[in-house]
Design a protein around this ligand. Structure first.
Ligand code: NAI
Length: 425
C-alpha cells in the first residue's frame, strides 16, 4: 500500500518548503489558473467531487491540482511517468488542503502502479490523465468505480489515441474529453512547449551547442513541428522523417530536408523522436550512426528508440553524464541516450517540462473541462468527446485579457454574412 509522499521522505518539511517555492513561481505566471481559481473559490463547483489524477507532478500540474481543490474537490494525484516527478513539489502539493499526492520520482514499475491504485482507492468521481494509464486501471482493476465516475479528461496525443482505440473496441465505459485536441492546448503546448523544453533540456543535460549540428526530427506532427522550428532557430540543420505523405510534404515546403530514417541515421548529430509510435530508431539505424550522436525522445512512451536492441549490440554501457547513458559499439562509436529514452523535456535530471505560460493554457482547458463534467456530465455518453469550443474560447479570452491584448469582434452584418449561403458574387 503506497503512502502519501510526505510519509515516504526523510525530510518532508524541507521538501515542502522547496516545492512550495516552485509552486509560488509557477502560480505567479499562470493568469488563467488565477482567474479560474477566483471563480471556483466563489462557486465551489467541485464540492463533493473526488478528482483522481495521473500527471507529470511538477510545479505547473501542482497549480491545477490546488485550483481544483480550491473549488471544493478532494484531489488524489500520482505521476504518469516514473522520471518526471519532482519530489519536493509532490510533497508541497500533498501539504495543500484537500490534496493527497503519491507521486515519487524514480520508482520501479510496481511502485508506479501501486501509487496509481492508491489514487483509485480514493474512489474518484472524475479522472484527469496524461497518457490514459489511470483510465486503463479503472477499467481493468476497479470496474466497481465505473458507475460513480462522471467522466474524465485526457491531456496528451498518445492518451487520446489509446482512448479512441478503446472506444472503438466498445471498451470505454465513461465519457472522456480529448483536452489534447483543443486549439488552446495542441497549437501551443505540443508545438511551442515541446519544442522549447525539449531543446532546453537536451542543451542543459549535455552542455552542447545546437549551432552547426544536424538535428533529425522523427515525426512532423504538432510536437515535431515545434522541435524542428526551434532547432532551426538555434542554427541547426534540420532533417525530418515522416510516414504520412502530407506531413512529409509540409516539412519539405517548410524548407526542411525530408528523407527516410535509414538515410538520416548516417547524417544526424542529434535525433529527437516525436511520433507517438514505436521502433522509430532501430538496429539498422544504430549501425549507420556517427560516433557521439545524441538520441532523445519527446513522444509519450519510451518505445520510440529501440533501447533493447541498442543494449544487445553495445559492448559497453556507462553513464556519461547525469541523464546521459553512453552505449559503446564494437567499432568504438558511442551513441548517447538521454533520459533512458523517456520524454526528454520532462525526464532528464534538469528537466522542467513545458514553460509555465504554456501549461497555464493547457491546464486552463483541463479545469474548465472538469467543470463541464460536473455541470453537464449527463449530456455526454461513454466515449471520447471534443471539449466544447466555447470553453476553449473562454480560456483564450482570459489569457488575452491577462496579457492586455484587445481584439476585434464580428459586427452583426459580418456574423450574418459568415453564416449565410445566399451571398455570392
Ligand atoms: P501528431 O499525431 O500530431 O504527430 C505525430 C507524427 O508522427 C505524425 O505526423 C505521424 O505521421 C508521424 N509518425 C508516426 N510514425 C512515424 C514513424 N515511424 N516515423 C516518422 N514519423 C512517424 O502527434 P503530436 O501531438 O505531435 O504528439 C506526438 C507524441 O508526443 C505523442 O506521443 C504525444 O503524446 C507526445 N507529446 C509529448 C509532449 C511532451 O511534453 N514531450 C507534449 C505533447 C505531446
Amino acid at each position: 500500500m503506497t503512502a502519501p509522499i510526505r510519509e515516504q521522505l526523510d525530510d518532508p518539511d524541507s521538501a515542502v518548503e522547496s516545492g512550495a517555492r516552485k509552486m509560488d513561481w509557477a502560480r505567479q505566471h499562470m493568469p488563467i489558473m488565477a482567474a479560474l481559481r477566483e471563480e471556483f473559490e466563489d462557486d465551489q463547483p467541485f464540492a463533493g467531487e473526488r478528482v483522481g489524477m495521473a500527471m507529470h507532478v511538477e510545479a505547473k500540474t501542482a497549480i491545477l491540482a490546488e485550483v481544483l481543490a480550491a473549488g471544493g474537490a478532494e484531489v488524489a494525484i500520482t505521476g504518469c511517468n516514473p522520471l518526471s516527478t519532482h519530489d519536493d513539489v509532490s510533497a508541497a502539493l500533498d501539504a495543500v488542503e484537500g490534496v493527497t499526492s503519491y507521486a515519487k520520482r524514480g520508482v520501479e514499475d510496481d511502485a508506479y502502479y501501486d501509487a496509481m491504485a492508491a489514487v483509485l482507492d480514493h474512489e474518484p468521481t472524475i479522472t484527469v490523465d496524461d497518457g490514459m494509464d489511470l483510465v486503463a486501471m479503472v477499467h481493468e482493476d476497479y470496474p466497481e468505480l465505473l458507475d460513480s465516475i462522471v467522466g474524465g479528461c485526457e491531456e496528451t496525443t498518445t492518451g487520446v489515441h489509446r482512448l479512441r482505440a478503446m472506444a472503438e473496441d466498445g471498451a470505454l465505459d465513461y465519457p472522456m474529453f480529448a483536452v489534447n485536441d483543443t486549439p488552446m492546448k495542441r497549437l501551443f503546448d505540443n508545438v511551442h512547449g515541446t519544442g522549447e523544453s525539449s531543446l532546453a533540456s537536451i542543451a542543459m543535460t549535455t552542455n552542447l551547442s545546437w549551432a552547426g549540428k544536424t538535428v533529425v526530427v522523427a515525426g512532423y506532427g504538432h510536437c515535431g513541428k515545434g522541435v524542428a522550428k526551434k532547432a532551426r532557430g538555434q542554427n541547426a540543420d534540420v532533417v525530418v522523417t515522416e510516414v504520412e505523405p502530407r506531413r512529409a510534404l509540409e516539412a519539405h515546403m517548410e524548407g526542411y530536408d525530408v528523407k527516410p530514417m535509414a538515410e538520416a541515421a548516417a547524417e544526424g548529430d542529434v535525433f529527437i523522436t516525436t511520433t507517438g509510435n514505436r521502433d522509430v530508431i532501430v538496429s539498422e539505424h544504430f549501425d549507420a550512426m556517427q560516433d557521439g550522436v545524441l538520441l532523445a525522445n519527446a513522444g509519450h512512451f519510451d518505445v520510440e528508440i529501440d533501447l533493447d536492441a541498442l543494449e544487445a549490440t553495445a559492448v559497453e554501457t556507462y553513464e556519461a553524464r547525469d541523464g546521459v547513458q553512453a552505449y559503446e559499439m564494437e567499432d568504438g562509436r558511442r551513441l548517447n541516450v538521454l533520459a533512458e529514452g523517456r520524454l526528454v523535456n520532462l525526464a532528464t535530471p534538469v528537466a522542467l517540462g513545458h514553460p509555465v505560460e504554456v501549461m497555464d493554457q493547457s491546464f486552463g482547458v483541463q479545469a474548465v473541462s472538469v467543470r463541464e463534467l460536473v455541470e453537464n456530465g449527463d449530456d455526454y455518453e461513454a466515449g471520447v468527446h471534443d471539449v466544447p469550443d466555447d470553453l476553449d474560447r473562454e480560456v483564450a479570452e482570459i489569457k488575452l485579457e491577462a496579457d492586455g491584448v484587445e481584439f476585434d469582434d464580428l459586427s452583426g452584418e459580418q456574423r450574418e454574412y459568415m453564416d449565410s449561403w445566399q451571398h455570392g458574387t
